[in-house]
Structures are given as structure tokens and as C-alpha cells.
Design a protein. Structure first.
Lengths: 117, 110
């Protein structure tokens, strides 16, 4: 079955550590996205990538980094510079752009919960 | 004005009720709209896509009012399983990420 796989499901980080969240998709989607969701809040965009080897900052990119070396993979690194990293992280993908004059929705992985020890 | 605004609720309704909630958007160039459903501690899942004036799928109807810049979601004959947060998403530019509203929480009780 095609889909988006995020790992791990739960992640604990010590202060000062960098951690990398994995996101893999086998949907052959061009575009991939990372969002952060805090309790009772909406989704906020961290980074997105419309094509391999290219990515753009979202609204809250500070303290995060990404890479897009392969179409299937869009890992997110939460660096020690991110002061409040505890949150629910969601990766999404979409066909990207316009298909048949219709803009395409995003499909989500089941998320990674990051907590600070 | 925020790009997307939704009444956070919660909307508490009995089973079988009809409930509607609105989402207002600020960018008049919005071309498509999506309604996502998010269960507690889960990822959002696409509920409906709206590319013109509206869409209907079973008990769910989405209607778009471009003049007033809002989109509504109507749920008829509410089920317990409809309890979730409903996220409104206008998309106004190809090649960019979606902007999500904070969502409206619906709680259906027996």
C-alpha cells in the first residue's frame, strides 16, 4: 500500500541534542512538507519542498533543518537551537502543483511526538 | 486579519443533529478549499475537496461563498464517530503549502 511513513512515533531528546525525524513516501509525490502542532493549536509550516534538491522555509523554520536528496525522503532535523521542540510533528506530501487545473490536497503521515527529557 | 479563521467550538450536539460551521479566509484569490478531519492525537485526513461553489458527499456538504469569503461545512444526521476537529484549508497558490485553520471541534453525544 502506498503511503507516508514517519518514524519514530515517539522520540525523547535531551537538552542540547539534535534529533532527526524520518519521513518517507512511496506515493511518487513531488512535494513534501513538515508541520508542527502544539496542543490545542493549528498546524504551522516548518519547511516544504516542491522538488528534489530544493526546499523553502515555512513560517517557523528557525531551529530546524531539512534535506531533500531523494524524492521519497524528507528528513527533519530539530537542532539544539530550537528552544521549545516539544510538539507533534507531521509530515505530508502531495502531487504538487496543478493537475487538470485542480490544486492537490496533502496527505499526512501519522506523526512523531517529540518530548524533551 | 488572519488568513484562516474558524470558530474553535466545541460544538456539542446530540446524535442525529445537523450542525454547520464556517471558515472565513482573507485571501480572495483562494482557488480551492479542503476540509480535513483530525481525531485526537492523530494526523489530519482529507474529508472533502471543494473546487467550485460546493461539494456534497453523503451526510457532508461544503459550500463556498466567494463574495463573503467563507466556506461552510454542514453535517447531517450526526454520528458519534463524527466527533473530531475539522480543519479548513484554503489554497490560493499552486506550488505552495497549505495553510491550516486551527479547526473547529465537534463532539457528538448519545
Amino acid at each position: 500500500d502506498g503511503g507516508i511513513t514517519q518514524s519514530p512515533k515517539y522520540l525523547f531528546r535531551k537538552e542540547g541534542q539534535n534529533v532527526t525525524l524520518s519521513c518517507e513516501q512511496n506515493l511518487n509525490h513531488d512535494a513534501m512538507y513538515w508541520y508542527r502542532q502544539d496542543p490545542g493549536q493549528g498546524l504551522r509550516l516548518i519547511y516544504y519542498s516542491q522538488i528534489v534538491n530544493d526546499f523553502q522555509k515555512g513560517d517557523i523554520a528557525e531551529g530546524y533543518s531539512v534535506s531533500r536528496e531523494k524524492k521519497e525522503s524528507f528528513p527533519l532535523t530539530v537542532t539544539s537551537a530550537q528552544k521549545n521542540p516539544t510538539a507533534f510533528y507531521l509530515c505530508a506530501s502531495s502531487i504538487g502543483g496543478v493537475r487538470g487545473f485542480r490544486l492537490q490536497p496533502q496527505h499526512f503521515g501519522d506523526g512523531t511526538r517529540l518530548s524533551i527529557l | 486579519r488572519k488568513e484562516v479563521e474558524q470558530d474553535p467550538g466545541p460544538f456539542n450536539v446530540p446524535e442525529g443533529a445537523t450542525v454547520a460551521f464556517n471558515c472565513t479566509y482573507s485571501n480572495s484569490a483562494s482557488q480551492s478549499f479542503f476540509w480535513y478531519r483530525q481525531d485526537c492525537r492523530k494526523e489530519p485526513k482529507l474529508l472533502m475537496s471543494v473546487y467550485s461553489s460546493g461539494n456534497e458527499d453523503g451526510r457532508f456538504t461544503a459550500q463556498l461563498n466567494r463574495a463573503s469569503q467563507y466556506i461552510s461545512l454542514l453535517i447531517r444526521d450526526s454520528k458519534l464517530s463524527d466527533s473530531a476537529t475539522y480543519l479548513c484549508v484554503p489554497l490560493y497558490q499552486a506550488g505552495t503549502a497549505l495553510i491550516f485553520g486551527k479547526g473547529t471541534t465537534l463532539s457528538v453525544s448519545s
